[in-house]
Design a protein around this ligand. Structure first.
Ligand code: HEC
Ligand SMILES: [Cu+2]
Length: 317
């Protein structure tokens, strides 16, 4: 149905056809039932408009069962079909290129794996899986690329993710889809999708059509934080256990806590453990770590997390 697709923005990611299929299914189902129900309604109005006493209300168990089971079945179909698509949206392929985004009033700041940053322009390679790790520096924002059919809120103090694989080399709009203050409507960005070789050139030359490109390797920066902000005194990076657990192989592993719970050591856990260590205390250790809330800057927290991640995820495996 070409005209229906013209109602939607162009589809430019590997996820878009699936999302559009869900949309179309819901659309056609709704249209079908709208016509059926309105048709019956109009028919009844015309057919039974006189002498209502001749047609007393009656109860039919068969009819009740029919119009309970059919909608239930249809809703389950929508659920299963939609949920499978949602799962695709939710779980990024594990080898996706990771780009960090900070939303702030009122701009987008992107940080690439090599530490380069750009403002409002997100440069990605064509046909590569890209995972966006997001957080907000102030209020709620929402990262929305209509052409890719992806949208995700950004929160202060928490990392959220989305992923996509761009399938057309072109420029697409990024909107903020969560009202975030007077500059909200001007919080616009662009995704610039480059073919692999042009992307490599951009990466090596530092060109991207943006004035502000600077380079700080986050892992190196994180090592500095580790060495100069006190972490080193308690945490080793070689697997040896001191007053505190080692950072080696921490990321991506499950951690046993005092009280018997286990948590997965992802970015959100690391962040919380750094800013507010008493919230979740690792089993077998004393709660002696000072909270770093207000001590480390946002940039230092991100960097030290990148450093911890770089120490590997597969200790002894
Ligand atoms: C005074 C010693 C001390 C210092 C300094 C310290 N920590 Fe800790 N840290 C601990 C202890 C003890 C634990 C385990 C108990 C707990 O979870 O609070 C811990 C736990 C952690 C955890 C969770 C580890 C796990 O295995 O789940 C992270 C992440 C962490 N610290 C990061 C840091 C960072 C980053 C710094 C420097 C900015 C730092 N720590 C500085 C003592 C310290
Ligand atoms: Cu916003």
């Amino acid at each position: 149905m070409a005209w229906l697709h013209r109602l939607l923005p162009e589809a430019a990611s590997s996820l878009a056809p699936g999302v559009d299929a869900v949309f179309s299914l819901i659309f056609w189902m709704s249209l079908f039932w709208f016509v059926v129900i309105q048709g019956v309604l109009i028919f009844f109005v015309l057919r039974y408009r006189k002498n209502r006493t001749r047609y007393p209300a009656f109860h039919s168990v068969a009819l009740e069962v029919f119009w309970t089971l059919v909608p239930t079945f249809l809703v389950m179909v929508l659920f299963v079909y939609g949920w499978r698509q949602f799962r695709n949206l939710r779980y990024a392929p594990s080898d996706a290129l990771e780009i960090h985004v900070t939303g702030r009033q009122w701009l987008w700041q992107f940080t690439y794996p090599d530490g380069r940053t750009t403002l409002n322009d997100l440069v990605v390679p064509l046909n590569r899986d890209v995972q966006i790790v997001m957080k907000s520096a102030d209020v709620l924002h929402s990262f929305f690329v209509p052409a890719f059919r992806v949208k995700q809120d950004l929160l202060p103090d928490r990392y959220t993710r989305l992923w996509f694989r761009a399938t057309r080399a072109d420029t697409f709009e990024i909107y903020c889809a969560e009202y975030c203050g007077t500059g909200h409507s001007r919080m616009l960005g662009r995704v610039i999708v480059l073919p692999e070789d042009a992307y490599e050139t951009w990466k090596n030359r530092g060109e991207g059509g943006t004035a502000s490109t600077k380079r700080v390797d986050p892992v190196e920066r994180g090592r500095q934080v580790y060495e100069t902000r006190g972490c080193k005194a308690c945490h080793s990076i070689d697997g040896s256990r001191g007053v505190a657990p080692s950072f080696l192989g921490l990321y991506g592993h499950s951690v046993e806590l005092e009280g018997g719970e286990t948590v997965l050591a992802d970015e959100n856990y690391l962040r919380e453990s750094i800013l507010d260590p008493q919230r979740k205390v690792v089993k077998g250790f004393q709660p002696v770590m000072p909270p770093f809330q207000g001590v480390l800057s946002e940039e230092e927290v991100d960097a030290v997390i990148a450093f911890i991640r770089s120490l590997g995820t597969e200790e002894g495996e």
